[in-house]
Write a protein that binds this ligand. Structure first.
Ligand code: PMM
Length: 296
């Protein structure tokens, strides 16, 4: 079977995310939407209670917990694989207790000193994104000598720090962090170099979905696509990411993603993309909990 990236469906339980802010703030609406994403082909659902759009203010811990826990719990009970999108160890711990099985930390462990220890103790998969600081002022940090080299070496350093903190390397998924302290040019340069990022030796997750650089591409200032009008351009980057061998794509719209992955699979042919970290099936390739499990 041709390796094919997993599809992570996004459910932001926030009032202010840039593309779906406010839509799924009620737990029932969030759960219904997540189940729709799964019925459309999402392999897992990413539940987040803090918007990371540029300029966003942080919610309190209590508010973040209030947003995500009922949704995580209902989805896990329904048998959905859930990742929790949080930078806070206390929120990650509560979400894992409520049934989440993956921690997606856009700060890669830099925002909360307790995160690495928590993930090491729980032995779960951990998505570590390239990050240069909180959203309130992150775009002022979009300065690189060589964005591809700088992001690759920052991710390699993070992976080493996570291993030193006790997280098994096979549990670590890396993510270049499209749109986080990056200009449009930085995002395109990283996308062009996905093969290098895939070659870092960890599974790679890519999250381009509906991001600003895709609203701007090919459009004059003032004529940019609105966030809800970016699913076709997202699908093109998704097909490209699949051909580069990424393990997972994080998206808002699942049907266009599945179409893009069908095209990529046909283009890749029976042997699949060269050197990829893509998966052979739903959730299975998430790293083994222990060497014993690997032998089973
Ligand atoms: N982007 C957003 C939020 N969480 N997590 C990972 N791992 N990678 C991303 O690129 C990422 C993320 C921001 O997008 P959203 O507001 O639409 O969720």
């Amino acid at each position: 079977m041709t390796p094919r990236p997993l599809v992570m469906g996004v459910v932001n339980v926030t009032p202010d995310s840039f593309s779906d802010g406010g839509e799924w703030l009620q737990p029932e609406a969030a759960v219904t939407h997540a189940r729709l994403l799964v019925s459309q082909g999402a392999d897992l659902v990413d539940v987040g209670g803090e918007s990371t759009r540029p300029g966003a203010e942080r919610p309190s811990v209590e508010e973040e917990l209030r947003r995500v826990l009922p949704v995580v719990s209902a989805l896990a009970t329904a048998g959905v694989t859930v990742s929790v999108d949080t930078m806070r160890a206390s929120v990650a711990a509560a979400a894992l207790d409520a049934g989440a099985s993956i921690v997606n930390d856009v700060s890669g462990g830099l925002a909360d000193p307790d995160m690495v220890g928590l993930v090491a103790d729980r032995g779960v998969d951990y998505i570590a994104m390239h990050w240069r600081g909180h959203s309130a002022d992150m775009q002022s940090r979009a300065i690189y000598d060589d964005v591809v080299g700088d992001v690759c070496s920052a991710l390699v350093d993070r992976a080493a720090a996570l291993a030193a903190g006790g997280i098994a390397p096979e549990r670590v998924v890396l993510d270049p962090g499209f749109g986080f302290a990056k200009t449009a040019e930085h995002n395109w340069a990283l996308l062009r170099s996905l093969d290098l990022l895939v070659g870092l030796g960890h599974r790679l997750l890519v999250g381009t979905s509906r991001k600003t650089f895709l609203g701007r591409v090919g459009r004059a200032p003032g004529a940019e696509r609105s966030p809800l009008d970016r699913d076709v351009v997202t699908a093109v980057t998704t097909a490209y990411a699949a051909l580069a061998g990424v393990w997972c794509v994080r998206v808002h719209d699942v049907p266009t993603t599945v179409d893009a992955l069908d095209v990529a699979a046909a283009l890749a042919g029976p042997t699949g993309p060269a050197g990829g970290s893509g998966s052979a099936g739903p959730i299975g390739p998430i790293g083994p909990a222990s060497p014993e499990e690997e032998l089973r």
